[in-house]
Design a binder for this molecule. Sequence first.
Ligand SMILES: *[C@@H]1O[C@H](CO)[C@@H](O)[C@H](O)[C@H]1NC(C)=O
Ligand SMILES: *[C@@H]1O[C@H](CO)[C@@H](O)[C@H](O)[C@H]1NC(C)=O
Ligand SMILES: *[C@@H]1O[C@H](CO)[C@@H](O)[C@H](O)[C@H]1NC(C)=O
Ligand SMILES: *[C@@H]1O[C@H](CO)[C@@H](O)[C@H](O)[C@H]1NC(C)=O
Ligand SMILES: *[C@@H]1O[C@H](CO)[C@@H](O)[C@H](O)[C@H]1NC(C)=O
Ligand SMILES: *[C@@H]1O[C@H](CO)[C@@H](O)[C@H](O)[C@H]1NC(C)=O
Ligand SMILES: *[C@@H]1O[C@H](CO)[C@@H](O)[C@H](O)[C@H]1NC(C)=O
Ligand SMILES: *[C@@H]1O[C@H](CO)[C@@H](O)[C@H](O)[C@H]1NC(C)=O
Length: 636
Amino acid sequence: MSQIMHQLLKPFILLVLVVKFCSTDRSFLVDWENKQFLKDGEPFRYVSGSFHYSRTPSSQWQDRLTKIKAGGLNAVQTYIMWNFHTQKEGVYDFTGDRDIQHFLQLANDTGLLVIMRAGPYSCAEWEFGGFPWFLRQNSEVILRSYDPKYLAYVDAWMDELLPKLEPYLYNNGGPIITVQFENEYGSYPTCDKAYLQHLVHKFREHLGPDVVLFTTDGYSTGYLECGALKSELVTVDFGTGGDPAEEFEDKEKFQPYAPLVNSEFYTGWLNQWGYPFTYISTDSVTETLDQILALNASVNFYMYVGGTNFAYWSGSNSGDDVDVYDITSYDYDSPISESGDTTWKYFAIKDTVAKYLPTPVEPVPANSTKTSLKGVKLASKGTLLIYFDFIANEDDYQSAKYPKSMEELGFDYGFVMYRYELKKDYPKNVTLAFPVNGIGDRVLVQTAMSHNHSAATYLATLDNDHKEARSLDIEVGLQTGHFIVLFVENRGRVNYGGEMQNQQKGILGNVTLDGEILEEWDMIHLKLEGLGSQILPPPDVPPSVAPVPIVYQAEVDMDMEDTFLNFTSFSRGVALVDNFNLGRYWPTEGPQQTLYVPKGIRNSTKFILTLVEFEERSEAETVDFLDYPILNVLPK
Ligand SMILES: *[C@@H]1O[C@H](CO)[C@@H](O)[C@H](O)[C@H]1NC(C)=O
Ligand SMILES: *[C@@H]1O[C@H](CO)[C@@H](O)[C@H](O)[C@H]1NC(C)=O
Ligand SMILES: *[C@@H]1O[C@H](CO)[C@@H](O)[C@H](O)[C@H]1NC(C)=O
Ligand SMILES: *[C@@H]1O[C@H](CO)[C@@H](O)[C@H](O)[C@H]1NC(C)=O
Ligand SMILES: *[C@@H]1O[C@H](CO)[C@@H](O)[C@H](O)[C@H]1NC(C)=O
Ligand SMILES: *[C@@H]1O[C@H](CO)[C@@H](O)[C@H](O)[C@H]1NC(C)=O
Ligand SMILES: *[C@@H]1O[C@H](CO)[C@@H](O)[C@H](O)[C@H]1NC(C)=O
Ligand SMILES: *[C@@H]1O[C@H](CO)[C@@H](O)[C@H](O)[C@H]1NC(C)=O
């Protein structure tokens, strides 16, 4: 170290010493003999609420934390979504909405302890369960196992992340009392104890020997056998309706000497496109909560604060036959809603918690003000296919003999346009065919007469809902120099179960026309955010003949308050406020009808609203901003 560096660092070295010195009286540990936690030497239990910082703009974090504290809770639980901090191998982002240390500082300043779920895997109805997309670039990487190829990715990430958490451990003067490794690992087929041991060693290498590490699994023995280690704190999850004493029984057999913890007590449930919104009754929540607390258990509400799967962050589930995709809202029927409102459920839980913990002195902050604006007219800006230059850069253009998956192409999220130029005429009707499981996840099929797509014909939308070979007939008239244009949407990677291992997005396999494999493809990656930077020029063709997806824009001027976008005349697509991606809308499928527009995403009353609409419509193009959300309407 140079002299100058040494002089510069001296005050910091002193500060570190002082902090270490002052913190020696802080301690948090498991008292294995007496089945309890000890905080600063006193018996302790936590009542905590899940709040995912990645699902709420950072400008709103303080509001939500204050409401958690005022609800009588003494801790907040959060996941760290690995992919939220890493879009590209070796490049990390811990700024702004990704500033985990800022979040921890706010929690501490608010007087809340933190239960940290540090991954590497999270689940949480989040894209790929929190894994970065590039883990699927090498199909030999065996996820969630002791495979050295997988561990190399995990270790590189943990070497980056864990040193950021270490100063915020309780014993070091911060709010973090416990740290979870992996998540519901017993529900995953790999069942590899060497992998769990590896994580424990890695976590202790950075966080020290005294940190309280824990696992969370389903409450029955089958899950615990694969998911938990007897040497670390074992916690379970369950919802309302059962008998908590019974639900803790298998855990008690597996690890009799530890305090009882339910790490995910469900106050609501996840929601998916095309299925009714799930409500969990307040009475059932408070009734089971009372039983859990009467057992002297610690508990975490999952979720306590709702949030949003902005941009491309919603995950999906793979069934035997049908894939299902999570909606954009992560309101979850939580005690604190997606927009931060304190509900009846919040106050009922507060009353129940107050029977066991000190009643909070802080007043409950008011709901945010909501604003509305009806009949906002949008102008068509033509097909998305003419805006490549606005949103694609050099790396986004690729060519290959056969179609490649998004992962092979190095494209992370969003959309890919696959374009094939016909090399001969087709004088008869022909069939365009995709292989089994060949579409990830939904494709708009079009033909175009020219490179610039100014005259394109929409043919069909095909999805992968049934994982079968898909095909469609194209009528007479395809000619040399025409194009087959496939606009493919990645609707979010699977976040749960064994299907995580094999999934890929984009066109997966060869496409045939008239029985012949098509060779020589252009593949263009499209993320939509750049479109919101400016008002785009008027389109060169009338909207009625422009091929989908179609871009619409409006200049809007409204109060800087929370609001909800209702899609009166639109069907399915993505909406942006300036360049902030609000996420996917799909009111014709439901149950979510409105998108949350948080006040914290803009600095001005004026903004540009951009919609990229994927379906064909003919009605007047207007939207409404409402002062309340609509999340529970299934039009079909
Ligand atoms: C966290 O809060 C406690 C008081 O509850 C305080 O003693 C400690 O210094 C704070 N730590 C940080 C990092 O601000
Ligand atoms: C809960 O803790 C209290 C105080 O330590 C004790 O009196 C009581 O028996 C405990 N209840 C159960 C169900 O363990
Ligand atoms: C806050 O919002 C929730 C959910 O919209 C509502 O149920 C509650 O009544 C509101 N509280 C007040 C004081 O208006
Ligand atoms: C698109 O290509 C067609 C045919 O090559 C041409 O007539 C038309 O002017 C082009 N449009 C634009 C906007 O370049
Ligand atoms: C081509 O397909 C169209 C519609 O699918 C059909 O109406 C037409 O009869 C077909 N033409 C021939 C020559 O098979
Ligand atoms: C696509 O077709 C070519 C030529 O038949 C073949 O070599 C290649 O393996 C096929 N690709 C896939 C993914 O099946
Ligand atoms: C919201 O939009 C839907 C169409 O998506 C429409 O049917 C409904 O009436 C609108 N709701 C309100 C309150 O404007
Ligand atoms: C708002 O202003 C802050 C501070 O100048 C800036 O960092 C942020 O990016 C702005 N946000 C938007 C949505 O323009």
